[in-house]
Design a protein around this ligand. Structure first.
Ligand code: G3H
Ligand code: 13P
Ligand code: ZN
Length: 332
């Protein structure tokens, strides 16, 4: 049986993005797959009064079950109220939807926003697919994110070479012909914890690897083409080196893990970028806490004992993101 997101107490992205644009901050879009991640996101955002987008990838949907995720999102709204957030501004968003059927199924199951990622199709096929999703979504009050330009893949060895930057000259045509509510662009970010190879980086005075800057010139050119239009940044994890260190000191083997420096995300948040996607940093925070726990207390086996500290570490991370990076704290 289908349900509208409104009945679940969720909101779409329209008001969130309008305010974020005017206020020069960005809405956090955090991925979740399980209860602990959801609790950490909601408690951090309720405490900081930050609007938030709970993101579900198709992999998350398979992993956790879409019915459970829908009730978890509804539960997130009630949990936020219990934590003292009178009018929670929580959006449930499909991350990287790849077919019309998947988007439709999510809309019918209570999602308030969907992404249709047609960026791997030809330009005209991307437009046709995105337009079809927009028509269905808008008839249900659901907002749609489209994508132009290709981000580097997570797995491929030469990840950062395999991208195509968004072409500013295409955005007006794409946005007007599809009717999307926001646009994900490619300006040098990529998914995962290995966003750059060491030889793409320079070293600062302390020997720390500094990745090449994002292409803010392309972002500015896009802003000029579609003034006032909400832009989305995927692949925006910073890959905190203290997590990488903790993981590797406790049995992990993460090599060349490099992310986007936070100053660049602050700069993006103050621009037309209204939504910043973060998943990998949460994975690193959880893994660091769990590895440390098991290394220090190998006799323990109660999941609450290791998932509890992982949840705490996640909450710390999300609080840091909304307060010190995206600027969304106090905006809800
Ligand atoms: O964009 C990718 C997100 O980090 C989701 O990752 O497909 O492994 O759930 P996933
Ligand atoms: P990260 O892998 O950088 O966290 O990006 C997440 C993302 O873009 C989800 O859509
Ligand atoms: Zn993404």
């Amino acid at each position: 049986m289908s349900v509208s997101y409104k009945e679940l107490g969720l909101v779409n992205t329209t008001e969130m993005f309008k305010k974020a644009f005017a206020g020069k901050y960005a809405i956090p879009a955090f991925n979740f797959n399980n209860m602990e991640q959801m609790q950490a996101i909601v408690s951090a955002c309720a405490e900081q009064k930050s609007p938030v987008i709970l993101q579900v990838s198709s992999g998350a949907r398979k992993y956790a079950n879409q019915t459970l995720l829908r009730y978890m999102a509804q539960g997130a709204v009630e949990y936020a109220k219990e934590l003292g957030w009178e009018k929670p501004q929580i959006c449930l968003h499909l991350d990287h939807g790849d077919t019309f059927e998947l988007c439709k199924s999510c809309i019918d199951m209570g999602f308030s926003s969907v992404m249709i990622d047609g960026s791997h199709h030809s330009y005209e096929d991307n437009i046709a697919l995105t337009k079809k999703v927009v028509e269905y979504a808008h008839a249900h009050g659901v907002t749609v994110e489209g994508e132009l330009g290709v981000l580097a893949g997570v797995e491929d060895e030469v990840s950062s070479e395999h991208h195509t930057y968004t072409q500013p000259e295409e955005v007006v045509d794409f946005v007007s012909r599809t009717g999307v509510d926001s646009l994900a662009i490619s300006i040098g970010t990529s998914h995962g914890a290995n966003k750059f190879t060491p030889d793409q980086c320079t070293k600062n005075a302390d020997g720390v690897l500094v990745p090449p800057p994002l292409r803010f010139d392309i972002l500015e050119a896009i802003e000029k083409e579609i003034p006032g239009f909400p832009i989305v940044l995927h692949g925006a994890s910073s890959v905190p080196q203290e997590y990488v260190k903790t993981i590797n000191e406790n049995g992990g083997k993460l090599k060349d893990a490099i992310g986007i420096p936070e100053e660049q995300l602050r700069k993006a948040a103050a621009s037309a970028v209204c939504k910043i996607n973060i998943d990998s940093d949460g994975r690193l925070a959880m893994t660091a806490a769990v590895r440390k726990f098991f290394n220090e207390q190998p006799d323990k086996f109660d999941p609450r004992q290791y998932l509890g500290p992982a949840r705490e570490e996640l909450k710390k991370l999300y609080t840091h993101k909304v307060v010190e990076v995206l600027g969304s704290a106090g905006k809800a």
